[in-house]
Design a protein around this ligand. Structure first.
Ligand code: PSU
Ligand code: MN
Length: 300
């Protein structure tokens, strides 16, 4: 793979320093401008403050970038022409000189090729509600089954069918580690009612579990489920109405495929008067912090 590394990421790779991969769809399609840019910058400075080099991944004019300069981050955050690129579209995107943001699946693919082991996101994609009719299941789950990395998330949004998402992850052989919890978190909320049977209580434990995962020739990712901090949580009974309203509106407006997740996020943000955005930023930064600590633990 032809990758353009930022000077910081290039140096960290050659000196075997800890690196944390970050996706860009959460910036371009998951949050509005300018809050998305300020989030992306905070995520990067949080990494640096923990001695970890952030590697935000995106495609710029057909070139794969691992580590973005300020100007490139600004383009991803503010331009209307940024496409959402999942793993299967990477070849098409580079061939057609697209500028695109990477989802969980494409970020994992690129980060793994670059030799990066840890990735922090907001929430993973999963099995959509009504998947028994639409078959809409995010490619993220397929990537998690095949790419050996640590992926830190706040679980999956309740816009998805969380029990089915967890079942598919089990079928695909992806261990889910509840971070200081025995329950799969629901992104905006700490609880989903879905129990987890694997738990880890420190970044050190996660690093050592991942090391044994690899030593035992397992090829999937290890998914870390890190609940949103208490203070930023929106309880699930409060979220449910916003979510079901947004899903209903998407159905009425015939929105599906890759447009669905961004549409639902945008609608929920509008309906919660921005509260969901605050929560989204808080949980994503919380994941970056844990991801950075895991990346450090793997190098020590
Ligand atoms: N979850 C979020 N915010 C996001 C996404 C997921 O809380 O922005 C993005 C991620 O990039 C994820 C993608 O990989 O949406 C999943 O999209 P789809 O459901 O179309 O597979
Ligand atoms: Mn989909």
């Amino acid at each position: 793979m032809n990758i353009h590394f930022s000077p910081e990421v290039g140096a960290a790779l050659s000196n075997q320093k800890p690196i944390l991969a970050l996706e860009s769809t959460i910036i371009s399609h998951g949050m509005p401008y300018p809050q998305n840019l300020s989030f992306a910058q905070k995520a990067e400075s949080l990494c640096f403050s923990l001695g970890v080099t952030p590697a935000t991944i995106a495609i710029i004019n057909g070139e794969i970038h691992v580590g973005l300069s300020h100007d490139l981050l600004e383009i991803i955050a503010s331009s209307d022409d940024v496409k959402k690129v999942a793993q299967h579209e990477i070849g098409f995107a580079t061939s057609n000189l697209w500028t695109g943001a990477t989802t969980v699946s494409s970020t994992m693919h690129i980060a793994h090729s670059a030799g990066i082991q840890v990735f922090a996101t907001g929430g993973i994609g999963g099995v959509h509600r009504g998947a028994e009719f639409t078959f809409d299941i995010s490619q993220d789950l397929n990537a998690l089954s095949k790419i050996p990395m640590v992926v830190v998330s706040a679980g999956a949004k309740a816009i998805l069918d969380i029990p089915k998402t967890v079942e598919v992850l089990e079928t695909y052989g992806v261990p889910i580690l509840g971070f200081q919890t025995n329950e799969f978190p629901a992104f905006y909320s700490r609880e989903s009612g879905v129990e987890l049977h694997l738990r880890a209580d420190s970044s050190r434990d996660i690093a050592s579990i991942f090391t044994s995962h690899l030593q035992n020739d397992l090829k999937s990712a290890v998914l870390v489920a890190n609940p949103v901090p208490d203070d930023n949580e929106i309880p699930s009974n409060e979220m449910e109405k916003y979510i079901s309203d947004a899903i209903l509106l998407a159905e009425k407006s015939n929105i599906n495929g890759k447009a669905l997740t961004p549409f639902l996020l945008h609608q929920i943000k509008k309906d919660t008067l921005g509260k969901s955005l605050e929560t989204n930023v808080a949980l994503a930064l919380n994941n970056v912090q844990l991801g950075a600590k895991i990346a450090s633990s793997l190098r020590s």
